[in-house]
Ligand binder design. Structure first.
Ligand code: MSP
Length: 516
């Protein structure tokens, strides 16, 4: 295992729609993981992009009187804008209409064909354009897909992928790789689906043309899911053995929503096996957001645009809420009230208050300079209380916090940060430096220094979740830009007494509802 490189991907987003918070959620979660890995010292490749082919996009384009390409261009740009809006640190943005992708998807098809796993036949059965998925008659519920989407009857010549030949191989692979899919309950669903038997899969369409031509038979376009999944390889330059391919394949993590797990945990590994390629190391399926208790949908018109949240609450506040509100992997509900409560209790009252109290006391009582210190038992207790954060400086891969992130328990990692801030707040209350000011200046100095150092540690870790705000705090502590990674949590990088600090400003204002 090479711990130096880490490749992670978001799903590529369909361009029939505009970005909403469901999309922002997947991307922010990946961003937190990517930043965490970079702070740990890994070389990260973080890929996102747009899924532009298929009947769904063709149909949407028709309904608004645009060509599919024009619709794809416009909406792909909206998803690119989303990465900037949400401060997503992706290293690449792939579009499935790009020549680099078309070439790669066709190369993958040819490899699967050479393996003897693709045959020409004809398909007749149910298809859902919304889900871009085939359904068995037995799966339908009241004439609809199990997802509630409409289905239509399709009869056409089609290439088939011999998915049935992979049932045993997949089950063996799952048994040998207990961490391949998370959370575990979702992995069990995948295993029982495959255990129930696999039918061959139709992988081409002839009744519309918005897709990648099948190599050697241009009457067919590739099934959009085969096309789309190939993006994870095309961004590495596949089939060329590029330096990126050598470093980053197989992917360390494909992050997906629970609705698209089957495509990633069953079809994708089977396609890769057929092409003789290594399989990704892990796939994690996160839950879905509802809005004030209701499903988010176009027809209800209740989808929340990420821009609206950022405008009203702030970027880091939005990122924080999305990552903190729900244990990662579970479904969640967006409610305005919960958002305000979380911003105020965790960012404003807890972290913000800690930073503000400490830095303004240093400004006022220490001429704006980090004071001298002499630790006693109370300081040792404070630092041992935030040990999980400090430990991140010890190893690039091992330890409590790394385990959380390797299992995508983002909420547990963030909980440790909050717990550390709470401990520092309890310490400031117990030590009462405002009282020491009158009785014991040396102790006051020690307490303020210890608090500044605790805040430095907290902010270094916080950078993965709310990078702008964490950077602001580190600026207030005059921490040099090149001393902000997890390696700098080690004792030799502690703050230097005597350093002049810039005047602080509040980082997390309390959110107040405007009076009606
Ligand atoms: N194009 C496919 C993915 C191809 S990957 C090779 C697709 N696109 S999508 O735009 O419909 O969805 C992209 C991601 O957004 C999925 O992971 C999906 O789960 C996520 N979400 C869409 N709505 C969501 C919520 N309401 N809540 C949380 N995530 C949601 O599927």
């Amino acid at each position: 295992m090479n711990d130096d490189y880490f490749y992670l991907t978001t799903p590529i987003y369909y361009v029939n729609d505009r970005p909403h918070i469901g999309h922002a959620y997947t991307s922010v979660a990946c961003d937190v993981l990517a930043r965490f890995k970079r702070l740990s010292g890994c070389t990260v490749k973080f890929l996102t992009g747009t899924d532009e082919h298929g009947q769904k996009v063709e149909k949407s384009a028709k309904s608004v009187g645009m060509t599919p390409q024009a619709l794809a261009d416009a909406n792909s740009q909206h998803f690119r804008d989303l990465t900037r809006l949400m401060n997503i640190s992706n290293d690449d943005f792939i579009r499935t209409t790009e020549p680099r992708h078309v070439r790669s998807a066709q190369a993958l098809w040819k490899k699967m064909e050479e393996g003897g796993y693709i045959t020409l036949g004809s398909y007749s059965g149910w298809y859902s354009v919304r889900d871009e998925a085939y359904y068995q008659e037995s799966e339908l519920v009241n004439g609809k897909a199990p997802t509630g989407a409409d289905v239509e009857w399709v009869e056409e010549p089609s290439y088939f992928f011999r998915l049935s030949a992979f049932q045993k191989k997949l089950l063996k692979f799952y048994a040998e790789h207990p961490d391949f899919v998370g959370p575990e309950s979702r992995y069990n669903e995948v295993k029982s689906f495959v255990g129930g038997g696999l039918k061959d899969l139709s992988i081409s369409r002839t009744t519309f043309s918005w897709g990648i031509p099948v190599p050697g038979n241009e009457k067919h376009v590739m099934y959009v899911w085969l096309d789309a999944l190939a993006n994870y390889l095309s961004a590495l330059g596949y089939p060329d053995k590029t330096a990126d391919y050598e470093r980053f394949w197989p992917a360390d993590l494909h992050m997906v929503g629970k609705d698209i797990l089957r495509f990633h945990a069953v079809y994708w590994p089977a396609f890769l096996m057929a092409a003789g390629l290594p399989l990704p190391k892990r796939i994690f399926a996160h839950g879905w957001w509802t809005i004030e208790g209701e499903k988010m949908s176009k027809s209800l018109g209740n989808a929340i645009a990420p821009q609206a949240l950022v405008d009203e609450f702030g970027l880091d506040q939005t990122r924080w809420f999305l990552m903190r509100e729900v244990p990662f992997g579970n479904d969640g509900n967006f409610s305005r009230e919960n958002m305000i409560n979380r911003i105020n209790s965790e960012l404003a009252n807890n972290i913000g208050n800690l930073v503000q109290r400490t830095l303004s006391m240093i400004q006022k009582n220490c001429e704006g300079k980090l004071p001298e210190y002499q630790y006693s038992v109370a300081e040792n207790d404070l630092f041992s209380g935030i040990q999980p954060l400090v430990d991140l400086g010890q190893s690039r891969t091992q330890g409590y916090m790394h385990n959380f992130m390797d299992n995508q328990q983002i909420h547990l990692m963030l909980e440790e940060i909050i717990a550390a801030a709470s401990r520092a707040n309890a310490y400031i209350d117990a030590q009462a430096p405002w009282a020491l000011k009158k009785t014991d200046i040396a102790r006051m100095n020690t307490v303020l220094y210890a608090l500044a150092e605790a805040i430095r540690k907290i902010s270094i870790v916080l950078q993965c979740a709310i990078p702008d705000s964490a950077a602001k705090i580190l600026d207030f502590l005059a921490v040099p830009m090149d001393k902000r990674s997890f390696a700098h949590l080690s004792p030799e990088f502690t703050l230097s007494s005597g350093t002049l600090l810039p005047p602080p400003q509040p980082v997390f204002p309390r959110f107040m509802e405007k009076a009606a």
